[in-house]
Write a protein that binds this ligand. Structure first.
Ligand code: UDP
Length: 354
């Protein structure tokens, strides 16, 4: 069975690391990896392939730095060419980026079966490009690998019981990655304070709205007066901060370049808590038993909020600082929300048996 995997953005490399390892164990699966080029810097792309031992992409389409329409359009055109040449049995896509929808659409139009990993997630916020990508990708995928019960329920509420798409609760492949790489974590090469807060900001709703970005940075500055904050800064956020001359007091916020996954796992293992607008990092905080403050108005990972592991605070300085001051350090993270680390193996066997 030939599977073409489409990846392009950082979180997809991490998911692919787990799933590609499961595919490699199956002698009758041949995987061909297509990297769209959406993320291309060494520390946003290459480092993950090297450290996580993801097979080298067979194709790199080198598409980046464009608006949504041009980016998705070019991907669609170039992926279609690859599919015509490779004639795969399946195209596998991850998550919710432009690479996801482009891969799924190119395949569906050629009547090639599509598998969507991390299907069924919803923020119910149609202003998010990710939400549009998810909804459309789910609808044209033959098999929907859902990480959670919530994801299955979301699809059923949209009428998927009456549609031919196959729904599978696979568990979360990011849980697989976290378990596998937790034994391989690596201390970054700088002084790491005790009890630090691990923070990231990169969602368009925060970076493209300067008042939100400034409110978050102000909140970090306030919290950082008495606490250490480490902020691996996404290139998009860095660019916007520098273009708009936004001042950050680096005495209160330690800004570093994005790190590879092994160092990220070390930071997760050793931090006091997480503040983020990242989807993946909210779950990783839970995997590593850390409380998370989410700098968004909603989350797709509602089970974290329902169980008290995550608080949604938006981009409001007062709410962020209050949530930080009120956090509960007595949480027991002893509930299984995302599977037991075998989601990737299930995906491989389900594709073989489809
Ligand atoms: N991550 C990383 N290095 C960093 C920041 C994040 O390896 O400097 C990892 C993080 O641990 C998670 C993934 O990147 O596995 C999340 O990606 P991102 O926040 O870019 O995307 P999202 O999850 O919001 O789609």
């Amino acid at each position: 069975m030939k599977i073409i995997t489409i990846v392009g953005a950082r979180p997809q490399f991490i998911k692919a690391a787990a799933v590609s390892r499961a595919f490699a164990k199956q002698t009758n699966i041949e995987e061909v990896i297509v990297h769209t080029g959406q993320h291309f810097d060494t520390n946003m792309s290459d480092i993950f392939f090297q450290e996580m031992e993801i097979p080298k992409p067979h194709y790199n389409l080198d598409i980046n730095g464009l608006g949504h329409g041009a980016m998705t359009g070019q991907m669609l055109e170039k992926i279609e060419k690859v599919l015509l040449e490779e004639k795969p049995d399946w195209v596998l896509v991850y998550g919710d980026t432009n690479s996801t929808i482009a891969g799924a659409l190119a395949a569906a139009k050629l009547h090639i079966k599509v598998a969507h990993v991390e299907a069924g997630l919803r923020s119910f916020n149609m202003n998010m490009p990710e939400e549009i990508n998810r909804i459309l990708t789910d609808r044209i995928s033959n098999i929907l690998f859902c990480p959670t019960d919530t994801a299955i329920a979301n699809l059923k509420a949209e009428g998927y019981d009456n549609l031919p798409n196959k729904l599978v609760k696979s568990g979360d492949v990011m849980q697989d990655a976290a378990l596998f790489y937790s034994k391989k974590s690596r201390k970054p090469n700088f002084d790491i304070p005790n009890n630090f807060i691990l923070a990231t900001i990169h969602r368009a709703e925060n970076t493209d709205d300067l008042s939100r970005l400034k409110a978050i940075i102000d909140a970090f500055d306030e919290i950082g007066k008495n606490n250490s904050i480490i902020l691996p800064l996404h290139p998009r956020t860095r660019q916007i901060i520098s273009k708009n001359n936004i001042k950050i007091n680096e005495n209160n916020i330690k800004i570093i370049e994005p790190v590879g996954y092994l160092e990220m796992v070390y930071l997760l293992q050793n931090c006091k808590m997480v503040m983020t607008d990242s989807g993946g990092l909210q779950k990783e905080a839970f995997f590593f038993k850390k409380f998370c403050i989410t700098l968004r108005e909603e989350t797709e990972w509602v089970e974290l909020v329902q169980n008290g592991f995550n608080t949604i605070v938006g981009a409001n300085k007062t709410r962020i600082v209050e949530a930080f001051n009120k956090q509960n350090f007595d949480l027991k993270f002893d509930i299984n929300l995302y599977g037991t680390g075998n989601a990737s193996d299930k995906i491989a066997t389900d594709l073989l048996n489809y």
